[in-house]
Ligand binder design. Structure first.
Ligand code: ANZ
Ligand code: ZN
Length: 812
C-alpha cells in the first residue's frame, strides 16, 4: 500500500466539510443540476455494497458535472416510516422510532464515509413531525381538490397476521410474512385519485429521458384501452348490464355473457334454481388473487345464472354466466364472450359446451384473435378492424345501446394502512358532521409514542385513547380521529420538493424557490419502483402544479436505474441469507476511492452482477501505481533537467492518449459507462508510465499531462485526487477546477497505416502522412521497396485508392 488510505479519506472529508466545498449555491441557479438518488430506507442492517453501487458512481457523475461548470445539488435523506421497523418492534419490543433514529445515525456515518458531495444541510427524515406535518398538509390539499376520497373496497387480508396487506406484500397470493393464503375483506379506505391523470401520465412519458423499459412498464400499468361499451338487456326483466370490449367488431359472435362473481347484479340475475351453486362459486372466488384469475393457462371455471341477455345488435338471446376470469375491478365487471376470437372465451366455451361461431375471416383454426374481414355479421360483412368497429358503434349509438369508450387499467391509489408507523391521516369523524378535515393550523397531528401496536386486525391508533378522542372542528362536539396511517409511498411522492426548502416552517416549500431548483435533472434508483413510486411522484407533481404550488408537471427529467449487486452466491443480498457484502472492511483496507472505483470498473452500471472481490486488489495496485508515477513526475517537474518546448514522437503519442482519454471519459461517464471510463484512465496511465522510462525533455508538457490526469481521476477517486493535487502544489480544491477539454487536433494522428494490395491481395503495409493526396499515395505505394518484388516484369493497369485504408494495384 502507498500513502493513500483511510487517513487521506478522513483528512479530505473533514476539509470539504469545514470549507463547505459542496454547499449548494441557491442564489445562482442558471447552471443548477439537481442530482438525486432515491433516498434510503433506514433498515437495521448496515449499508451494503449495493448501496455504494447506487450512490458512489452517481456522485462521480455529479463531480464531473460540477467540474464542467454545473452547480450541483445532491441532497440525501431517509424514507423513515414503514412496516419493517414496526415488525422489528413487534419481534423485539424496541420502539420503531428508537430503532429508526438509531439506524439513521449509523447510516449517516456510513454515507459520510463514502465522501460523496451530499448536501446534508438539506436532509429530510420523513418520520419527524417537521416533515409529516407537510405530508398531512398535502393530503388535505388533495382532499380539498377532490383528489382524496373514502370508499369501501375489497383489500388484501391476512387471517393469520390479522391485518390488511398492501398489494406489494402479497406474494403469489400469500402473505409475505407468514405465507398464509390472503383473502379479500371489504373495508372503508382512503384513495387518491391518480386516475384523473391517467391520460397525462401516459402522454408525457414520451418527453422523458427515461429507460425505455420503465416507460413501457408505466404505459402497460396505465393500460389505456380504446374500445366500446355495449348494453345487454336481461330477458324478461328490467335489468341490464354494460360490457367493455376492445373488439366490438366481433359483436355478432357473442354466444354468452359473463359477470364477475363480485358484480352487484349477480344476485338479482341468478334464478332460484341456480342460487346455491352461484353462492358457492362466489365464496370460492374470494380466495383467488387477481393475478391467478387472469392467468391464461389456469383452468377456467364458472357457473350459469339461469338468466339470458339480449345482444343489442341482432336481438339474439345468450346465457349469462358467472366466472372468475372476469375481474370486477376492470371495465364494467362484465364481458361479452366471443369464443371464436378470444383465447379465454374459447377455453371456457369448450369446457362448458357453449357455441363457438366465427365472425372474423382468417387463420386456419379457432380461436383466431387477429383482425380480418367481418363475416356472418349482416350489413357489416366485409368491413375490417377500425372501420368495422366504427360502423358497429355508430349503429349501437343510434339505438342507444352502446358507445365508444376508453378504459384504463390504472386504479386509484389506496393509501390507508391499518398500521402504526406512518403519517396519521389528518381527518376527524364526527357523528353529526361526518368526515371533517383537521384545520391546517392544528397540524401536525402527532403520532403518539406509547401505542400498543401488536397486530390484531384493528388500527393500532384506534386503541390509543389520548389519540383517538378529540373534538369536531366544525361543531365542537366529541369526535374521533381517523386511526389509519398513510402509505409510506405518500411520503416519497414529494420528498424531492422538500429537500430544496427543508427548513421552511411556514409552508411545505416556497413556490418561487422550488420552481428554480426543480425539476430533478438526474434521478437514479432501482428499476423496481417503475409502477409505484415513479408513477405516484409524477401524479403528485401534476396535482401540485394544478393547485398552483409549482409550475412544472414532471418531477424527474432524466432517470437511470442501477443494476443489482448480488451476493457472492448470485442471490440478492440479505441479512438472513448471510451473503451481504459490507463495504466497511474494504474501505478500511483500501480506502473508499478504491472500493468505489472497483464497483465502477467491475460491474456494468445498469447490469450489476454477483459480487466477487477478485479484482479489488488490482484496483488498489492501480491507484498505488498512479501515486508512484505522480510522485516520480513531481521530481521531473520541480527540478527539470531539460527545457525543450516542442513535442517529439513519444510526447505526441502521450498527448494523443491524453486527449483521447479526455474525450472518451467525458462521453462515457456522461452515459453512466463508468467501466470504460476507468479503462481509459488505465490506458492513459500506461502510456504515461512508458513515456517516463526515457528522459523527460519537455517538463512543462509533462506538467500539463499530469494536471489533466489528476483532474480526470478526480470524480472517480475524489480523496486521492485531492491529495495528489495538493502534493503537486496546486491550490485547493481540484473540484473547483475546470474539467479538461480535448483538442481535436491532438487526436489527428500524423501518420496512418495503409495496406498495399496487388490484384486484391494484401502484400505489404506502409505508413503515410495523413495529409497526402490520392496521387501522392499512389506514387508512394508503387515506389514502396517491398512492392518491387511483386511488380517486377508486370505492367500496372490501374491503381485504386481507398482513402485511409488501402491501395490496390492491378497489374499483369
Ligand atoms: C369481447 C372480445 C372479443 C374481447 C374478442 C376480446 C377479443 P384490454 O385490452 O385489457 O382492455 N374484458 C373486458 N372487461 C374485462 C374484465 N373485467 N375482466 C376480464 N376481461 C375483461 O382487454 C379488453 C378485453 O378484455 C375486452 O374485449 C373483453 O374481452 C375483456 F375477440 O370483449 B373483449
Ligand atoms: Zn361535528
Amino acid at each position: 500500500m502507498g500513502n493513500y488510505g483511510t487517513n487521506v479519506d478522513e483528512k479530505w472529508q473533514k476539509k470539504w466539510e469545514e470549507t463547505e466545498l459542496y454547499k449548494f449555491d441557491d442564489t445562482n441557479l442558471e447552471n443548477k443540476l439537481y442530482t438525486l438518488e432515491m433516498f434510503s430506507y433506514p433498515s437495521g442492517s448496515k449499508l451494503h455494497a449495493g448501496h455504494w453501487f447506487n450512490y458512489g458512481p452517481v456522485d462521480s457523475w455529479a463531480r464531473m458535472k460540477r467540474m464542467q461548470g454545473h452547480n450541483v445539488f445532491q441532497p440525501m435523506g431517509f424514507d423513515a416510516f414503514g412496516l419493517p421497523a414496526e415488525n422489528f418492534a413487534i419481534k423485539t419490543g424496541i420502539h420503531p422510532k428508537d430503532s429508526t433514529m438509531k439506524n439513521i445515525d449509523t447510516m449517516e456515518k456510513q454515507l459520510r464515509a463514502m465522501g460523496a458531495m451530499f448536501n446534508w444541510e438539506n436532509e429530510v427524515i420523513t418520520c419527524l413531525p417537521e416533515y409529516y406535518k407537510w405530508n398531512q398538509w398535502l393530503f388535505l390539499e388533495l382532499y380539498k381538490k377532490g383528489l382524496a376520497y373514502r370508499k369501501k373496497a375489497p383489500v388484501n387480508w391476512c387471517p393469520s397476521c390479522n391485518t390488511v396487506l398492501a398489494n406489494e406484500q402479497v406474494v403469489d397470493g400469500a402473505c409475505e410474512r407468514c405465507s398464509t393464503e390472503v383473502t379479500k375483506k371489504d373495508l372503508t379506505q382512503w384513495f387518491l385519485k391518480i386516475t384523473d391523470y391517467a391520460d397525462e401520465l401516459l402522454e408525457e412519458l414520451d418527453n422523458l429521458d427515461w429507460p425505455e423499459k420503465t416507460k413501457a412498464m408505466q404505459r402497460h400499468w396505465i393500460g389505456k384501452s380504446i374500445g366500446a361499451q355495449v348494453t345487454f338487456k336481461v330477458e324478461n326483466s328490467d335489468l341490464q348490464f354494460d360490457v367493455f370490449t376492445t373488439r366490438v367488431d366481433t359483436l355478432f359472435g357473442v354466444t354468452y355473457a359473463v359477470l364477475a362473481p363480485e358484480n352487484n347484479l349477480v344476485d338479482s340475475l341468478t334464478t332460484a334454481e341456480y342460487k346455491a351453486q352461484v353462492e358457492e362459486y362466489k365464496d370460492q372466488a374470494k380466495k383467488q388473487s387477481d393475478i391467478e384469475r387472469q392467468s391464461i393457462t389456469r383452468e377456467k371455471t364458472g357457473v350459469f345464472t339461469g338468466s339470458y341477455a339480449i345482444n343489442p345488435i341482432n336481438g339474439r338471446k345468450v346465457p349469462v354466466w358467472v366466472a372468475d376470469y372476469v375481474l370486477n375491478t376492470y371495465g364494467t365487471g362484465a364481458v361479452m364472450a366471443v369464443p371464436a376470437h378470444d383465447e379465454r372465451d374459447f377455453a371456457f366455451a369448450k369446457k362448458y359446451n357453449l357455441p363457438i361461431e366465427r365472425v372474423i375471416e382468417g387463420g386456419d383454426s379457432l380461436p383466431y384473435t387477429e383482425y380480418g374481414k367481418m363475416v356472418n355479421s349482416e350489413e357489416f360483412n366485409g368491413l375490417v378492424g377500425e372501420e368495422g368497429k366504427k360502423a358497429v358503434i355508430k349503429k349501437l349509438e343510434s339505438i342507444g345501446l352502446g358507445a365508444g369508450k376508453v378504459n384504463y387499467r390504472l386504479r386509484d391509489w389506496l393509501v390507508s394502512r391499518q398500521r402504526y408507523w406512518g403519517t396519521p391521516i389528518p381527518m376527524i369523524h364526527c357523528e353529526k358532521c361526518g368526515t371533517v378535515p383537521v384545520p391546517e393550523n392544528q397540524l401536525p397531528v402527532e403520532l403518539p409514542y406509547g401505542v400498543e401496536f401488536s397486530p390484531d386486525g384493528k388500527s393500532p391508533l384506534s386503541k390509543s385513547e389520548e389519540f383517538i378522542n378529540t373534538t369536531c372542528p366544525t361543531c365542537g362536539g366529541a369526535a374521533k380521529r381517523e386511526a389509519d396511517t398513510l402509505d409510506t409511498f405518500v411520503c416519497s411522492s414529494w420528498y424531492y420538493l422538500r429537500y430544496a426548502d427543508n427548513k421552511n416552517s411556514e409552508k411545505a416549500f416556497d413556490t418561487e424557490k422550488i420552481n428554480k431548483v426543480l425539476p430533478v435533472d438526474m434521478y437514479v434508483g432501482g428499476p423496481e419502483h417503475a409502477c409505484m413510486h415513479l408513477l405516484y411522484a409524477r401524479f403528485i407533481t401534476k396535482a401540485l402544479r394544478d393547485m398552483g404550488y409549482i409550475n412544472f408537471g414532471e418531477p424527474f427529467l432524466a432517470l437511470r436505474h442501477q443494476g443489482l449487486i448480488l451476493g457472492p452466491d448470485g442471490q440478492k443480498m440479505s441479512k438472513s441469507k448471510g451473503n451481504t457484502i459490507s463495504p466497511d472492511d474494504y474501505i478500511k483496507e483500501f480506502g473508499s476511492d478504491v472500493f468505489r472505483m472497483y464497483l465502477m470498473f467491475g460491474f456494468d452500471y445498469t447490469e450489476g452482477g454477483a459480487w466477487s472481490d477478485d479484482g479489488i486488489k488490482s484496483m488498489g495496485r492501480f491507484v498505488d501505481r498512479v501515486e508512484r508515477i505522480l510522485e516520480s513526475c513531481r521530481e521531473e517537474i520541480n527540478n527539470p533537467k531539460n527545457d525543450k518546448t516542442t513535442l517529439d514522437k513519444a510526447e505526441k503519442e502521450l498527448n494523443y492518449m491524453r486527449h483521447f482519454a479526455i474525450k472518451s471519459i467525458s462521453e462515457d461517464a456522461n452515459k453512466f459507462q463508468f467501466n470504460t471510463s476507468i479503462a481509459r484512465l488505465m490506458e492513459y496511465t500506461n502510456t504515461l508510465s512508458k513515456y517516463l522510462t526515457e528522459e523527460v525533455k519537455n517538463p512543462s508538457f509533462l506538467k500539463e499531462v499530469i494536471i489533466d490526469l489528476i483532474k480526470l481521476i478526480a470524480p472517480f477517486a475524489p480523496h486521492f485526487a485531492e491529495e495528489q493535487w495538493e502534493l503537486l502544489g496546486m491550490s485547493y480544491s481540484v473540484f473547483n477546477e475546470k474539467w479538461p477539454v480535448f483538442d481535436p487536433k491532438a487526436l489527428v494522428k500524423d501518420e496512418i497505416e495503409i495496406a498495399i494490395q496487388v490484384n486484391g491481395k494484401i502484400k505489404a503495409k506502409m505508413n503515410v502522412a495523413t495529409g497526402l493526396s490520392e496521387d501522392e499515395i499512389k506514387e508512394a505505394a508503387i515506389n514502396n521497396e517491398e512492392m518491387k518484388i511483386f511488380l517486377e516484369g508486370k505492367e500496372i493497369k490501374k491503381v485504386i485508392v481507398v482513402k485511409g485504408r488501402l491501395v490496390n494495384i492491378v497489374a499483369k
